[in-house]
Design a protein around this ligand. Structure first.
Ligand SMILES: NC(=O)c1ccc[n+]([C@@H]2O[C@H](COP(=O)([O-])OP(=O)(O)OC[C@H]3O[C@@H](n4cnc5c(N)ncnc54)[C@H](OP(=O)(O)O)[C@@H]3O)[C@@H](O)[C@H]2O)c1
Length: 255
């Protein structure tokens, strides 16, 4: 019997997990992308692109495509799709697992200011003009129009359109991973004195956090959204082991 696995992706780990699960002889894997990125990196497995149309659309897709397992491997800040996934899986009676990358923890030398969302982060920068590195992606960059007194360096995978209505913004198009040495050079070159970041976790975007620590730069860290409580693992290997357990419980017991 072939197990049909749908992975909700948009992250490096989702791609890695898809590659790993695709090697199972008894499974067929489809990776789902939202379609936000204009030229996503090759995923190596069959891909479908675009929203499902909310909970009902995703539940219908799970039924129509006879999906046996839904895996939520989306970014920790993609809360809506994670909530939708949990509810659609419940409605369709399909098991769901989630890959939840742990967040970073501050250590000695970090200067973090926590904010609940992008609007709060813009306020947390304060009144006095600063040189701000905005590294939260393009979707919420618009919130910083509320703080036009700062100079911004804005990095994203795809262009920020429309450009922000602030007098001083420089746009940088780049896709991670971003090593610490490069981040440090970037911060120094632009005289950055505050970074706005999501607590994404993982290695690929951690370089700016350690570079900020080394240079004594403040990081305004946007808190993670609350995600639904579904069975989850923190790493690709641990999630793959959960899939083994689900599909091969007998083999696992060595019977
Ligand atoms: N938010 C971030 O900081 C961030 C960072 C890196 C990567 N990403 C990736 O970018 C994508 C969009 O993130 P977001 O924050 O806009 O998500 P979101 O706010 O949670 O989702 C908004 C809508 O986009 C659609 N969608 C999201 N992920 C999808 C997927 N993997 N496959 C199909 N449809 C999807 C869904 O549309 P329908 O309701 O129509 O189904 C969802 O309701 C996600 O795949 C996420 O993993 C996000």
């Amino acid at each position: 019997m072939t197990h049909r696995i749908l992975i909700l992706g948009g992250t490096t780990e989702a791609r890695q997990l898809a590659g790993k699960l695709a090697r199972r002889a008894d499974s067929s894997v489809t990776l789902s992308l939202a379609g936000r990125t204009e030229s996503p990196v090759a995923q190596g497995v069959p891909v479908r692109v675009g929203g499902f149309g909310g909970v009902d659309g995703l539940a219908a897709y799970l039924r129509e495509e006879h999906v046996d397992l839904l895996i939520d491997a989306t970014h920790p800040y993609a809360a809506r799709i994670s909530v939708n996934a949990a509810e659609a899986a419940r409605q369709a009676g399909v098991p769901i697992l989630a890959l939840r990358r742990p967040g970073w923890e501050p250590v000695a030398g970090d200067r973090w200011t926590l904010a609940d969302n992008a609007a709060e982060a813009a306020k947390a920068l304060g009144e006095a003009p600063r040189r701000v590195f905005l590294a939260i992606g393009r979707q919420e960059a618009g919130a910083f129009e509320a703080a036009p007194q700062h100079r911004y360096l804005i990095r994203s995978v795809d262009p920020v359109e429309p450009k922000l209505a602030v007098p001083d913004a420089l746009y940088l198009l780049a896709r991670g991973p971003f090593p610490e040495a490069d981040e440090r050079a970037l911060l120094e070159k632009h005289g950055i004195d505050a970074i706005v970041s999501k607590n994404s976790g993982g290695e690929a975007t951690f370089g700016k956090i350690t570079a900020a620590r080394a240079l004594g730069i403040e990081v305004v860290m946007i808190r993670r959204p609350t995600l639904p409580g579904v069975p989850s693992a923190e790493t690709v290997d641990a999630l793959a082991a959960m899939v083994d357990h689900l599909f091969d419980p007998v083999a696992e017991r060595g019977v």
